[in-house]
Design a protein around this ligand. Structure first.
Ligand code: F0G
Length: 463
């Protein structure tokens, strides 16, 4: 009998099967029109059960595994010295390796603690690109946040394997210009969310670390999507193809002096975060601040079961089969859209596809918010919720004048382990249909807006 050739299927399957299901709100087109009108044409004001596929964010929206639930049910909810704290502490030390571990309720709480203990007015913090909350926490204490991503990272169409890399020359120039004494730490964000979810290479992280050590400046990593970043290194950086994402993560953090983390991303949890540091004095001060606003140092704003979910989730996020499926499902959507003529930031990032709305809707002037217009059109056409990253979010200057943002993008961020391939096929079908009828998409005007962070609550009308 001939021996069968076992196939090597190209289809990358979801590496899990479903054990508990949540119905999707199959909201009809007429109901969507009404819902969006009642939400003042602002998708942030929709109720989640008016949304068919929710890609507003990948933060805290993922599915927990059976192993996470099992750990959660046996959590220790003691106020002080809970077993669940020590379990999370040992996971964090194992993966990230820093001396001090300080739990917080989410990423921005870790940022706030770090900024309050380390910064003073007039200081400068370099980063590849600061995420909004990091920038806001730095500016809140009177310091300045500077973005030093490489030039390739600012060109949406350009393909480069590590568009999140920091410009090392610009970093050196910044240190020379302001002086190392005014730079309490240097940051790098992996992956670079504000730049399209783009990864940073190990060689770039090592180079930043060398500059930091040369000047005696601590180096802190914003680690939110560290597992996705490690997978990109595994697939794109020479010398790392045989290393596991866990080994790569350990190497990355060995070059740093600490990290801030939102466990709502690669912690695979619905809430949680931490600050991890080697610096004894900062850690001591941060723990004192923690007690003031977050909680006792052995829970810091998380329930025992949250700490259990994160302790298991950090390892699940590093599973190579999970990462292959995750990164592939995002690339799969981008490829389908590109094949139908829709331009997206290239290459697709680790957690989201970013559509270039200005390119798709050239008939809508910047002042009529093409990104916002596309986001609303996707909701009306298929119940898809996305987020505009463009002139509504960034276009109003502190003096109240309007200036279009450099790009009008629509971000489709994927919750972890939530949607399957047929959902992605549906997304592609709806988006391509909107693209084909793009002349019928109206622009928008703002009819009411709050003084700050207007995108969350502003009211709009089509025009
Ligand atoms: N840093 C990065 C790179 C982030 O993407 C986020 C959150 C944070 C820090 C703050 O963490 O939300 O736990 O306080 N990003 C979410 C998003 C909100 O939709 O991109 P948090």
């Amino acid at each position: 009998m001939p021996k069968m050739d076992y196939p090597n299927p190209k289809t990358i399957i979801e590496p899990f099967r479903v054990r508990s299901v949540e119905p999707i709100a199959m909201i009809t087109p007429d109901k969507r029109e009404q819902a969006l009108r009642e939400a003042f044409y602002n998708p942030f004001l929709l109720h989640a059960d008016q949304v068919l596929i929710d890609l507003l964010t990948d933060s805290g929206t993922g599915a927990l595994s059976a192993r996470q639930w099992a750990a959660m049910i046996s959590s220790d909810e003691s106020y002080a010295g809970a077993r669940s704290f020590f379990k999370l502490e040992s996971a964090v030390k194992d993966i990230f390796g820093f001396k001090h571990f300080i739990p917080t309720h989410q990423g921005r709480a870790a940022e706030r603690l770090l900024c309050q203990v380390a910064l003073k007015p007039g200081d400068v913090i370099p980063n590849n690109s600061h995420f909004d909350t990091t920038r806001a926490n730095i500016e809140f204490v009177g310091a300045q946040a500077r973005d030093l991503v490489i030039a390739e990272g600012k060109q949406p169409e350009l393909v480069h394997p590590f568009k999140g890399n920091m410009d090392i020359q610009a970093l050196r120039n910044t240190i020379r210009e302001v002086g190392p004494e005014r730079i309490p730490f240097i940051m790098i964000t992996i992956t670079n969310n504000s730049g399209g979810g783009q990864p940073v290479s190990v060689s770039n992280i090592r180079a930043v670390s060398e500059v930091a050590r040369e000047y005696g400046i601590p180096f802190i990593i914003d680690a939110c999507r560290f597992a996705e970043n490690s997978y990109f290194i595994h697939t794109r950086e020479q010398g790392y193809e045989h290393k596991t994402p866990l080994e790569i993560a350990r190497e990355i953090f060995s070059y740093a002096d600490g990290c801030t983390m939102s466990a709502k991303k690669d912690g695979m949890a619905n809430i949680g975060g931490f600050l991890a540091l080697n610096h004894d004095t900062w850690a001591e001060k941060a723990k004192n601040m923690l007690i003031l606003t977050e909680g006792f140092p052995t829970y810091g704003g998380m329930a025992g079961y949250d700490m259990e979910a994160v302790a298991v989730g950090l390892y699940e996020a590093l599973d190579v089969n999970y990462l292959r499926y995750r990164i592939r499902s995002i690339a799969y959507l981008a490829e389908k859209l590109n094949a139908g003529g829709v331009s997206t930031v290239q290459p697709p990032g680790g957690h989201a596809v970013f559509i270039d709305a200005r390119a798709m809707l050239p008939h809508i002037p910047d002042a009529r918010y093409p990104g916002w217009a596309l986001s609303n059109a996707l909701y009306l056409a298929g119940g898809i919720r996305s987020v505009e990253i463009g002139s509504v979010m960034f276009g109003r200057k502190p003096d109240g004048t309007e200036q279009p943002a450099p790009m009008d993008l629509v971000r489709l961020a994927f919750p972890r382990r939530v949607y399957m391939q047929s959902h992605v096929d549906y997304l592609a079908e709806v988006i391509l249909s909107v693209h084909q009828q793009r002349d019928a998409v109206p622009g928008y005007q703002i009819v009411w807006q709050p003084p700050f962070l207007r995108h969350f609550s502003a009211r709009f009308e089509p025009c």
